[in-house]
Ligand binder design. Structure first.
Ligand SMILES: CC(C)(COP(=O)(O)OP(=O)(O)OC[C@H]1O[C@@H](n2cnc3c(N)ncnc32)[C@H](O)[C@@H]1OP(=O)(O)O)[C@@H](O)C(=O)NCCC(=O)NCCS
Length: 172
C-alpha cells in the first residue's frame, strides 16, 4: 500500500480504463440491485463527471487502482445541504476490488478532506444508497453523520446525504 500514490487525473489517462475500474468496484452494489451511475455509466459519462469536479486517482505500478471525485462548494448542489455555500462533496469513489480493505479508500477520503479544507469548505458531504448499510457504517466510522434523505431522478433507491465538519480552515 505504501507504494501507491495519489495524484490528479491527467488528460493522458484513459476514461475507458477508469470506467472499467468503476464497473468492477461497483459490481457488489449492482448485485444488491442498487443502480448507482458507476455500476453502468459509459466512458463519456465518466469524462463528464470528471469535468464536473477534480478527479484524483491512486496509481500502483503505473496502473490506476482507485479514484475519487471532489467537487468544491460552488459545484456541489441538488439538495438543501448540498446547496449550502460552505458544503463541498465527493463521489465517483472506488478502489480496485483486489486492493480493497487495506486502507486505500480511507487514504482517498483523507486526501479529499484536505483538498476540501484548502478550498475553504466547512463541510465535506457525500450521498449513498440508503440500503447500502455497509457503506453508511463505514462512513460513520470515518466521522460522517446523517444529514438528510434525497431522491435523485436517475437512481432506483432513496439516497442519504452524510457530512463531516472539516477540522480547520486554511491559513489566509
Ligand atoms: C468504498 C471503497 C472505496 C472503500 O475502499 P477500501 O480501500 O476498501 O477502504 P479501506 O480499506 O480504507 O476501509 C475498508 C475496511 O477495510 C478494513 N481495513 C482498512 N485498513 C486495513 C488494513 N490495513 N488491514 C486490514 N483491514 C483493513 C477495515 O475494516 C476498513 O474499515 P474501517 O476503516 O472502518 O476500519 C471500496 O470498498 C469500493 O470501491 N467499494 C465499491 C464502490 C463503492 O461502494 N463506492 C462508494 C459509493 S458511496
Amino acid at each position: 500500500m505504501d507504494d501507491i500514490s495519489i495524484r490528479p487525473w491527467l488528460e493522458t489517462d484513459s476514461a475507458v480504463e477508469l470506467t472499467e475500474l468503476l464497473h468492477r468496484a461497483y459490481a457488489r452494489l449492482a448485485a444488491m440491485n442498487l443502480r448507482f451511475w458507476a455500476t453502468h455509466q459509459s466512458a463519456e459519462v465518466t469524462e463528464q463527471r470528471i469535468a464536473s469536479g477534480e478527479c484524483f486517482v491512486a496509481v500502483a505500478d503505473g496502473a490506476i487502482c482507485g479514484t475519487i471525485l471532489f467537487r468544491n462548494a460552488s459545484r456541489t448542489s441538488g439538495s438543501p445541504w448540498y446547496d449550502r455555500p460552505d458544503v463541498a462533496s465527493f463521489g465517483q469513489f472506488a478502489v480496485e476490488p483486489g486492493l480493497q480493505s487495506h486502507g486505500l479508500g480511507r487514504r482517498l477520503v483523507a486526501h479529499v478532506e484536505a483538498r476540501a479544507a484548502a478550498s475553504g469548505a466547512r463541510e465535506l458531504a457525500l450521498d449513498t444508497a440508503e440500503p447500502a448499510t455497509h457503506l453508511i457504517e463505514w462512513y460513520t466510522r470515518l466521522g460522517y453523520r446523517f444529514i438528510e434523505h434525497a431522491q435523485w431522478q436517475h437512481t432506483n433507491y432513496r439516497s442519504i446525504v452524510l457530512s463531516k465538519t472539516l477540522g480547520s480552515r486554511p491559513a489566509e
